[in-house]
Design a protein around this ligand. Structure first.
Ligand code: 0X9
Ligand code: CA
Ligand code: ZN
Length: 353
């Protein structure tokens, strides 16, 4: 298997301006001069990501979903980003205003700024659950028997920067105080923080931050998950079409390896059944070692099975810039997998790993 190096280079070390920097600067200058959003007239155009959700659109659309489905949907903020944006969560359950003794399942998206599809997939899952409630018996049962929490955009500052300034931005927008910006939120969780596959260099794309949970975004996710320990979780990323499970910090198998692998295989099979796309199930360390990610903290600290799904596309062309016409099929193929994991979680009842 020499797959290990390939996704690392394509996903992390993608260097868009390694050639043609001057041309890029020139194009940027023309863009700034002729783009209406920078004319300083105080009537700036809103940031636009085409059919993908921007932060403002997500804020608006999540609240609209809750307004149109008040019995089963509620929007709240789990905290604020470095730049003060709210980290929106939508809770979907019967009697949504009550905290009932029901299985909790969590879906996260948008840890990495440039992975736009990782926000729209969990958003569309939320929308689908709400639209189908009351008519689709499978979904009605899920919503009745679980408390489903969806946090589509964990890194809104980075996302906004990706939309407005630098499409391939990855990290959050922490000012590191040395001329560099950003901490990799998926290296900032505490379990095995600082280990292999993370960097202490502030300029690095995999900068882990000055300490575990140094960032308000990961603090918010941590506090939320400790208050609402889920039975299962998916964190969406892109790209490469993989279903990853812990450990990521070591090649050793976790004590739960058998269960995690069989769930990952089941998830990948359900994805393939929709449009024939292969997503490879594997231990996260088989991709590359990385320490301080969401899945390792979930398993290591909370004993919760969590999966990192790397969405479409398969390879570095088109890489992070997945065409808009693939938003819907990517959602469609990931829906049955998400429903499967919710059903599995409900079936576990109060049994913990
Ligand atoms: O490197 C990451 O954080 C994830 N890939 S991405 O291209 N979306 O950035 C993968 C994390 C999986 N975890 C480990 N390999 N430990
Ligand atoms: Ca309920
Ligand atoms: Zn990612």
């Amino acid at each position: 298997m020499n797959r290990a190096k390939f996704p690392f280079q394509t996903m992390l070390e993608y260097k868009p301006f390694s050639t043609g920097l001057q041309l890029a600067a020139l194009l940027l200058a023309f863009f700034l001069v002729f783009n209406g959003s920078c004319d300083g007239d105080g009537n700036d155009n809103p940031p636009d990501a085409g059919l993908y959700h921007t932060y403002a659109e997500l804020d608006n659309d999540l609240h609209a979903l809750a307004t149109t489905h008040p019995q089963i949907a509620q929007v709240s903020s789990i905290g604020k980003s470095v730049e003060g944006r709210e980290l929106w969560a939508i809770k979907i359950s019967d009697n949504v205003n009550a905290q009932e003794n029901e299985t909790e399942v969590v879906f996260l998206g948008g840890h990495h700024a440039r992975e736009w599809i990782s926000i729209d997939v969990p958003y569309l899952i939320a929308q689908h659950l709400l639209d189908e409630y009351g008519s689709n018996p499978q979904i009605t049962a899920l919503v009745d028997n679980a408390e489903i929490w969806i946090v589509p955009m964990v890194n809104p500052d980075g996302h906004q920067y990706s939309v407005t300034a630098q499409r391939l931005w990855r990290k959050n927008r922490r000012n590191n105080g040395d001329g560099t910006f950003g901490v990799d939120l998926n290296r900032n969780y505490s379990y095995q923080w600082g280990g292999p596959g993370s960097s202490g260099d502030t300029y690095s794309e995999i900068y882990r931050g000055p300490s575990a949970f140094s960032e308000p975004e990961t603090q918010a996710v941590r506090d939320f998950l400790q208050a609402h320990p889920p039975r299962a979780l998916i964190s969406y990323h892109s790209f490469s079409q993989l279903v990853l499970y812990p450990w990521g910090y070591t090649n050793n198998a976790s004590p739960q390896h058998g269960l995690l692998d069989s769930l990952a295989v089941a998830i990948a099979n359900r994805i393939r059944d929709v449009h024939g796309q292969t997503y490879i199930p594997e231990q996260a360390s088989d991709l590359y070692l990385a320490s301080g990610d969401t899945g390792d903290w979930l398993l290591g600290v909370l004993s919760v099975p969590g999966f990192t799904i790397e969405l479409r596309p398969r390879s570095s062309v088109p890489g992070f810039e997945l065409p808009e016409n693939q938003i819907q099929p990517t959602f469609e193929e990931n829906l049955p997998a998400a429903l499967f994991l919710m059903e599995w979680a409900i079936a576990q009842g109060n049994v913990t790993l």
